[in-house]
Design a binder for this molecule. Structure first.
Ligand code: SAM
Length: 379
């Protein structure tokens, strides 16, 4: 786990995460019998799910009975336990994907299906130095941290302090402490990245933001030759704008674009068919690789030539391209994203903080604390 990593945190940047690096004490286990401090997902008779943190003196109550946390400790993961009235509950350690789907959110998160593609398409490898912006709720950060492993580094940049706070608290709640190899810097990537990391020293850059095209130059400067940039965008217009900017920069290979659709299946006896419902759309991914300095990419024969479309055509499609472009045309609202009020963000930050603090309290002292559960039905 990240927390077991003896870190070189200070050397990579000073403006970094509030993250005081953890020394590895009480890091939650990812496998093995349940221990105090572990988070456990309990699924009851009606399929309703609750997540609890195991504490010495605590009890989990439903309206029909209760389970003492101490009775769960020592059971193997994926055990069934009966409550005081004989109702059975399945006890499972949440997977990373379970955790990110139920954690408090400030901004929209990258779903596990896209996070998996990002890790694969961007070739996020153990030991890699990865830059990420923005952090949002920290869902993708958790996947990146897992993929780089204890020898890797994740440097995350976020414009808004409230989001950074939610993300840090979510990571603490998941990992039991601040990950030692994670730096969260508050500020715009364009300003902060050149101050934080030396040019040409980054293996991968992951951009999940409204206008990734604004960060193409700073990304190209940071990446080592052959390094991968991957951008996650929600709309076709953002996809097109990002690809055009990567191309125009002349510093990347031809960009590749894709989307990922995952359709669940209902498999029961002879009733074997796709699920009736699915997540129809989340976002698109664009990847490209940084060219070595001074390299000119050979042009592809099948590519449209400049004479096939004009600057005016581009401007009619992409609001800030062309001679009279309007960069102000791009906003969260104009691409259809819901924007949460400051009041809701503060509430989410408090909720994430409460879960993280609760867990840290249990880990450190093993003492009873105020009851805390996440009820997934109501989450
Ligand atoms: C959709 S959220 C990211 C969600 C995140 N990947 C997750 O999985 O939880 C986009 C974030 O990017 C941030 N952002 C947008 N432009 C940025 C920039 N130029 N530099 C740093 N952060 C930026 C926004 O404040 C917002 O929090």
């Amino acid at each position: 786990m990240w927390a077991e990593h003896a870190t070189s945190a200070g050397s990579a940047g000073s403006a970094g995460s509030a993250a005081s690096a953890t020394d590895g004490a009480d890091a939650p286990a990812l496998s093995g019998p349940f221990r105090f401090g572990d988070r456990v997902q309990l699924t009851g008779p009606k399929g309703r799910m609750n997540t609890i943190t195991l504490e010495r003196e605590a009890e989990f109550h439903s309206h029909k009975g209760m389970i003492r946390h101490a009775d769960i400790v020592g059971l193997p993961d994926a055990s069934v336990i009966a409550n005081s009235s004989g109702e059975e509950y399945l006890a499972l350690r949440p997977l990373l994907s379970d955790f990110v789907m139920s954690m408090p959110r400030g901004a929209a998160i990258v779903y596990p299906k896209d996070a998996a593609q990002i890790v694969s398409l961007a070739d996020i490898f153990p030991g890699a130095r990865v830059v990420e912006a923005g952090v949002g709720s920290g869902a993708l950060s958790l996947h990146l941290l897992r993929a780089v492993g204890p020898e890797g580094e994740v440097h995350s940049f976020e414009r808004r302090e409230e989001f950074a706070e939610i993300a840090r608290a979510n990571a603490r709640a998941y990992a039991g402490a601040d990950p030692a190899n994670w730096w969260v810097r508050v500020g715009d990537l364009q300003q902060e990245l050149p101050n934080a990391l030396a040019a040409g020293t980054v293996d991968r850059v992951v951009l999940d933001m409204l206008a990734p095209w604004e960060c193409v130059d700073v990304t190209a400067d940071a990446l080592a030759p052959g390094g991968v940039v991957i951008c996650y965008v929600a709309t076709v217009t953002q996809l097109s704008r990002t690809v055009e900017q990567l191309r125009r920069s002349g510093r990347f290979t031809h960009p590749q674009a894709s989307e990922t659709m995952v359709r669940g299946w209902h498999v029961e006896g002879l009733a074997v068919r796709p699920d009736h419902r699915m997540v129809g759309h989340t976002g698109f991914l664009v990847t490209a690789r940084k060219l070595a300095p001074g390299t000119n990419l050979p042009s592809l024969k099948r590519r449209a030539s400049k004479s096939d479309f004009s600057e005016a055509d581009m401007a009619s499609w992409l609001p800030d391209m062309g001679p009279d472009g309007d960069p102000g045309a791009w906003s969260e609202e104009s691409v259809g994203q819901r924007v949460k009020s400051d009041k809701i963000l503060r509430k989410k930050a408090r909720e994430a903080q409460r879960i993280a603090e609760h867990r840290a309290g249990v880990d450190a002292a093993g003492a009873p604390a105020a009851p805390e559960t996440t009820d997934h039905a109501g989450a």
